[in-house]
Design a protein around this ligand. Sequence first.
Ligand SMILES: [Zn+2]
Ligand SMILES: [Zn+2]
Length: 276
Amino acid sequence: MESSTTLLQTAKDIFIGSFTFDLSRYLIAASLIAALVWGLRRTHLASRKIQKREATPADFLREFSASLRTVLVFTTLAVPMVWAFRHGYLHDYRGAMSAAAYFGYLAGILLAHDTWFYWTHRAMHLPRLFKAFHRFHHCTITPTPWTAYSFAIPEAVVSFLFMPVWLAVVPTPHPVIFTFLAVMILRNAMGHAGLELHPRGWASHPLLKWISTTTHHDMHHGTSYNHNFGFYFTWWDKLMGTEHPDYVKTFDRVTDPGRTLPVQRLSTSASPHTTA
Ligand SMILES: [Zn+2]
Ligand SMILES: [Zn+2]
């Protein structure tokens, strides 16, 4: 009987599938963005590399292995979440759904997740929490798409918790959850791409400026830990006064077609707090 399923039985049922799903999500999104960046660096858009510094092989190893650990944390926490579904503590939405409803749900979950991310991120920067939760992610000075899941275990837990909290409040259709998970990891890999992927003029466009860019999150890693806490959107940073004062200027400089190419060879000697 499904209602009498134990945690152990739930783990047996879903562990391998859940691990494969989360690992694939990470590998596919990071590989796609890494391949895109690799290709663009062989064109005139190579000048959009944000930092002079190059990520090192040691950075890649640390971030990749931590990302595998994060997948394991997500898989482990998915067990009690699925158990809660089976026992009626969490709910999904089944039934007919119009296109308007689909996009309405999707907008709702993205806005809610952006808010969750901004405020938990700011909380993890409090001196009492930073070391245990978030310092590991900031070992990365020069992000690459492989940084996407590079979290200490406590931060991975905070990151996962959004999903059960949301589902406890809003029964959500499966296709919306699936799209949300895809958008989340893709935007995460894009935010850590290291090379600006958004068109010139984006950061100052009256409508587009509300959507974050690669430069926005890159500056959080390479320029100032105390600015640019947002994820998909910039409005929390704009509203709370935490957007870096040089964000638009930096974005415009990075996307300037006349910009001189940053140094391309591997180097560990550059200052970790410079953007070109
Ligand atoms: Zn980051
Ligand atoms: Zn941070």
